[in-house]
Design a binder for this molecule. Structure first.
Ligand code: AMP
Length: 126
């Protein structure tokens, strides 16, 4: 069964992309925008989002063009380097849907670093 995706134009990242809500931008190109998470969970906590309207990582993988996918992940690499995350490493997370704990329905990758970020998954479910 393939999923049907309905994009909510009112989601907060859509408003950030349109410039209706400010963000602490660190990188922008044709394919991606990166900015500081408003509630950082590590010394460095950056969100990278595609400029296209995709709900989730599976929507992005299934429906974005090869150019968009490549452009987005090239941007993730550039941001990780620019923010000094390559030397000591970092964690990348893409929460998806209810069980994944996704709060904002526009695909985004969290980049967390600047210190050890701890166990991969909390032992307690939220
Ligand atoms: P997720 O739970 O993976 O959907 O993550 C959504 C993330 O967006 C959370 O870490 C929030 O702190 C972050 N967030 C929500 N609103 C904003 C905002 N206006 N600017 C920056 N980050 C935000």
């Amino acid at each position: 069964m393939s999923a049907a995706y309905t994009y909510d134009d009112e989601n907060i990242f859509a408003k950030i992309l349109q410039g209706d809500i400010p963000c602490k931008e660190v990188y922008r190109d044709e394919y991606a925008l990166a900015f500081h998470d408003i509630n950082p969970q590590a010394p460095t906590h950056i969100l990278v989002i595609p400029t296209g309207k995709y709900v989730s990582i599976d929507d992005f993988g299934a429906n974005a063009s090869a150019e968009e996918v490549a452009g987005f992940f090239k941007a993730v690499s550039k941001v990780a380097e620019q923010e000094g995350l390559l030397e000591n490493g970092f964690r990348s997370i893409a929460n998806t849907g209810d069980h994944g704990g996704q709060e904002v329905p526009h695909f985004h990758v969290h980049l967390l670093g600047g210190a050890k970020v701890g166990p991969m998954v909390s032992k307690k479910a939220a």
